[in-house]
Design a protein around this ligand. Structure first.
Ligand code: NAP
Length: 280
């Protein structure tokens, strides 16, 4: 099977590395020639170009551009595809993408690997990024089972854990565990950064350790990706932010009123709930 990858950045480059090492022939298309040259120099792809027509022989194509470019990229790609080519994307939001692409190409399967780092671009690509990570596929009633099985098969080779759900279910779930944390974590960093006393700010920066590293990690990631999540999953992000604000208010009230028993109850509940979200 020949695999095409459009958008040779963190996710596209990492997919290319793993799929090449599985023995697939990998063709990469990226926006900048310099990125294509880097991908070739690093041996990430068998061939690379800024021209989508390079992907004409591909049997399966992963679209790994920023979310805002996915639909336009597919429209430009269509004239180069054989009818049997399977298309999938890796966008962090699914409902709007699936709604746009389902009518454009019958063999389309929406996808989202739940893996990433704070880095971006081809230099950030790494082997085994998807190992033991969830990889969500969001078929619709129109998705051909053969296309779904083709994508699921390749995703399993990445040693990712495949999940199937509806695009709307995906977006609502990831609003809680991926998109809300980005906003909350960004708010945390911004609040700390605005400490008025420069001596205290410097001391805090020097004392920050694992707790701050964990809670600030996603707020310190790729800004464009954060904007895309909020923009393309706006309603679900706003719904989860409203709930978050409500819980923050409850915790604040406990502290204001020195209601330590209630605060402890809250923290006991969160202590018990956390392991259900973290699978290590
Ligand atoms: P990234 O590192 O910035 O990579 C995207 C790459 O796409 C860029 O390096 C750029 O390469 C290329 N590109 C941009 N516009 C393009 C276009 N019109 N045509 C072809 N190539 C284009 O971003 P990423 O983190 O890999 O994210 C890519 C996709 O993965 C997004 O849809 C995102 O939602 C999804 N995703 C990200 C994560 C994460 O944590 N980062 C996790 C899961 C899914 P050049 O300009 O250098 O050619």
């Amino acid at each position: 099977m020949i695999i095409g990858i459009i958008g040779l950045g963190l996710i596209g480059g990492s997919l290319a590395i793993d799929l090449r090492s599985q023995g697939y022939s990998v063709l990469g298309v990226s926006r900048r020639m310099q990125t294509c040259e880097t991908a070739l120099r690093l041996g990430i792809v068998n061939d690379a170009s800024t021209e989508l027509r390079l992907l004409a022989p591909a049997n399966l194509i992963f679209i790994c551009t920023p979310i805002s470019d996915i639909q336009a990229t597919v429209i430009q790609l269509l004239p180069h595809l054989a009818p049997t080519t399977v298309l999938t994307d890796v966008g962090s939001v699914k409902t709007s993408i699936v709604k746009a692409l389902d009518p454009l190409w019958p063999n389309f399967v929406g996808g989202h690997p739940m893996a990433g780092t704070a880095e971006s671009g081809i230099e950030a690509a790494q082997a085994d990024l998807f190992v033991n990570r969830a990889y969500v596929l969001t078929p619709t009633a129109k998705t051909p089972p053969t296309a779904l099985e083709t994508v699921a098969h390749v995703v399993r080779l990445l040693r990712a854990k495949v999940f199937f759900c509806r695009p709307e279910e995906h977006d609502r779930a990831v609003a809680w565990i991926s998109h809300l944390p980005v906003v909350v974590s960004a708010g945390l960093i911004a609040a700390c950064q605005h400490e008025a006393d420069p001596t205290i700010l410097e001391l805090a920066q020097q004392l920050a350790s694992s707790g701050f590293r964990d809670t600030s990690r996603v707020g310190g990631g790729n800004p464009q990706l954060g904007v895309m999540m909020a923009r393309f999953n706006r309603e679900d992000v706003l719904r989860s932010l409203a709930a978050y604000r409500q819980h923050l208010d409850q915790l604040t009230t406990c502290i204001e009123q020195e209601n330590w028993a209630t605060l402890e109850d809250h923290l006991r509940q969160t202590q018990q709930a956390r392991p259900k979200f973290i699978h290590e």
